[in-house]
Design a protein around this ligand. Sequence first.
Ligand SMILES: CC(=O)[C@@H](O)[C@H](O)COP(=O)(O)O
Ligand SMILES: NCC(=O)COP(=O)(O)O
Length: 243
Amino acid sequence: MNLIHLGVNIDHIATLRNVRGNKYPDLVHAAAIAEMAGADSITIHLREDRRHVLDRDVQILSETLQTQMNLEMAMTDEMIKIALNNKPEYVCFVPEKRKELTTEGGLDVVRQAKKVKTAIKKLNAAGIRVSLFIDSDHDQIDAATSCGASFIELHTGAYANAKNPKNRQDELKKIADGAAYAASMGIAVNAGHGLNYYNVSPVAALPEIHELNIGHSIISRAVFDGLQKAIADMKVIIQSARN
Ligand SMILES: CC(=O)[C@@H](O)[C@H](O)COP(=O)(O)O
Ligand SMILES: NCC(=O)COP(=O)(O)O
């Protein structure tokens, strides 16, 4: 069987923690559960605005992860320094816009090929492999290959957000075409963004895809999956206090 890997993105555990400035829910705890459940890698996106994952999380997770860290980040000197200090197995360069709710598009590797190449060289020299989060476009795939990236991650957001079946099918075709083209160029292919329990299967079926990175939908489902027990546990505690 052609195995596919699952990278679990735990950003939104940090969103929940930061909203109250608490110590919980803790990312180390979340990552350990994800790994015990079968995650092949743990993805975290250290955003420049630190809206969820924090520098401290990267540092602690780099000491505790049993699998592999896929550190998503903007391609800036500050972020590259953080990666070099923490040595994740993978860095994935992602474009960031300050006001976006979540990542809106792929990295323009064609336009900044020289900068991408230099950054990849620096990280590779420290033993860190680099992935580029790009749209499914032949020119971008060619540029990623010639810059020396180990992987590309195809942005599945347009597919996931498509409002009608025809658009969704068109977006799926683009991803399928990009995956096949990238494989023919000899570069490994991951994919992710906005994948959920209802839309993931057609993407997972594409044979060239090595790993899917999925976060928001998994963390969201976990809330409902655990809600009944969480309430029952609290009932036991408050009732026991009266006994
Ligand atoms: C690159 C990508 O698709 C995800 O990492 C996404 O950007 C997660 O970041 P947020 O959790 O901040 O949306
Ligand atoms: N790189 C994509 C990712 O990490 C997960 O994104 P999402 O499932 O939270 O949209």
